[in-house]
Write a protein that binds this ligand. Structure first.
Ligand SMILES: [Zn+2]
Length: 289
């Protein structure tokens, strides 16, 4: 290959200090005449060539900057179906928001109203239904977790009676995690029972942040703004069980109150306005099948 064929085109067009051969003057005159002709009467082929070049430049893809992956927030609601569940469902349906509801098996059969709510729950397309045991320990947690086999049987009964299509479960009254190798137990005495539930094929998902309520009147303790501030803080600091993933726990019964249901709407809308967050169901949490 001719080494002169390569190099800086600008230097080749305007060689410095080189003697100008005779042919240069001839070609300069020809080019000038051509430019004059082009200026006065543009050749259709030249116009087409320029337009084609412009189209090529315009069609070139813009330089893309890799978007930062969104941080995920998993809304989860415990203890339904109860009187707060229809209100919660109204909100989730209206907002078309993904959420996971951890249900107590015997609550489904507690009343006609709860059975009707159960029917509605099964038809809501954006939510996921998961296992919160059949009895919820009847709120006697110490005795419940002392009987590991009984705990496993309680979760199996809930799964079978509700025909749940997944193995996602949450221990009543305890923040326990068993997702593959991820194993976190908040109270050591419950460890054998939690291990037994995992060995029976369940995946236990706890929570990173709880939206608390005051037990006597079931009213929310924190405002939507305060919850958003805590969510921001946990995700920014990386203090969640899995980086960039946050599981929020709330309870159905609190949303029977109109002020508290309005607070949930506000939080959902605030979260959806944030470009860096996305809402999802717990079956999409890392490691959960
Ligand atoms: Zn519960």
């Amino acid at each position: 290959m001719d080494p002169d064929a390569e190099g800086d085109a600008a230097n080749k067009a305007f060689p410095l200090f080189n003697p100008l051969p005779q042919q240069f003057f001839a070609s300069t005159i020809s080019c000038s005449l051509l430019l004059f002709a082009c200026h006065t009467a543009p050749d259709e082929r030249v116009v087409k060539a320029i337009a084609a070049k412009k189209d090529t430049v315009a069609a070139r893809p813009a330089v893309s900057v890799a978007a930062k992956p969104k941080q995920k927030i998993y809304l989860s609601f415990d203890d339904g179906p109860n009187k707060g569940t229809p209100v919660l469902l109204n909100i989730l349906e209206a907002e078309q928001v993904p959420a996971t509801l951890f249900l107590i098996g015997e609550q489904v059969y507690g009343s006609r109203a709860q059975a009707a709510t159960w029917s509605r729950l099964q038809q809501c397309s954006t939510i996921e239904l998961a296992n919160h045991s059949y009895t919820h320990a009847h709120n006697h947690f110490t005795a419940y977790y002392a009987d590991s086999a009984g705990v496993v049987a309680d979760f199996s009964r809930c799964r079978d009676s509700l025909h749940l299509g997944n193995a996602i479960a949450r221990t009543p009254g305890r923040n326990t995690w068993r997702i593959g190798p991820l194993s976190i137990t908040d109270i050591d005495k419950t460890k054998p029972a939690a291990d037994g539930v995992q060995q029976a094929g369940f995946t236990l998902v706890g929570w990173d942040l709880e939206w608390h309520y005051t037990p006597p009147n079931l009213l929310l303790r924190e405002s939507a703004d305060e919850m958003l501030r805590q969510i921001d803080s946990l995700l920014t600091s990386g203090h969640t069980r899995h980086k960039d993933h946050l599981v929020l726990l709330a309870h159905d019964q609190t949303f029977e109150d109109p002020k508290d249901s309005a607070a949930l709407c506000q939080l959902i809308r605030q979260l959806r306005q944030r470009q860096d967050y996305t809402l999802d169901v717990i079956s999409h949490y890392p490691g959960v099948q």
